[in-house]
Design a protein around this ligand. Structure first.
Ligand SMILES: [Zn+2]
Length: 106
């Protein structure tokens, strides 16, 4: 009877019998390392994702602040224009009144 032996497919350096291959692979020290590596990759991927989300969120906040600023500028501009129009109306009615008074005086 020939014992079929081969090197561990995960390259831990162990020689294993073919019929025990699956058992060894499950318990192979390299398997643990692979799982740890996969977990690290997953968590770093999540870190990248959350960093991107955080950047996006801060950009949105900036856009929101800018639009709020623009809106308040627009509101004060409208208020200023309304004031200017009221002043113009007041001045023109005063001028009109003055003209009528001068005409009435003559
Ligand atoms: Zn192994």
């Amino acid at each position: 009877m020939v014992l079929e032996i081969a090197l561990c497919p995960l390259r831990c350096g162990a020689w294993i019998q073919r019929k025990h291959k699956d058992t060894h692979v499950k318990e192979c020290p390299k398997m643990d390392k692979r799982n740890v590596l996969a977990l690290t990759e997953e968590s770093s991927y999540r870190d990248v994702q959350s960093t991107e989300l955080e950047t996006l969120r801060s950009k949105l906040v900036l856009v929101d602040e800018r639009s709020q600023h623009f809106l308040s500028t627009l509101v004060s501009l409208r208020a200023a224009l309304t004031t200017v129009m009221r002043l113009e109306n007041a001045i023109s009615s005063l001028v009109h009144e003055q003209n009528e008074r001068e005409l009435g005086g003559n």
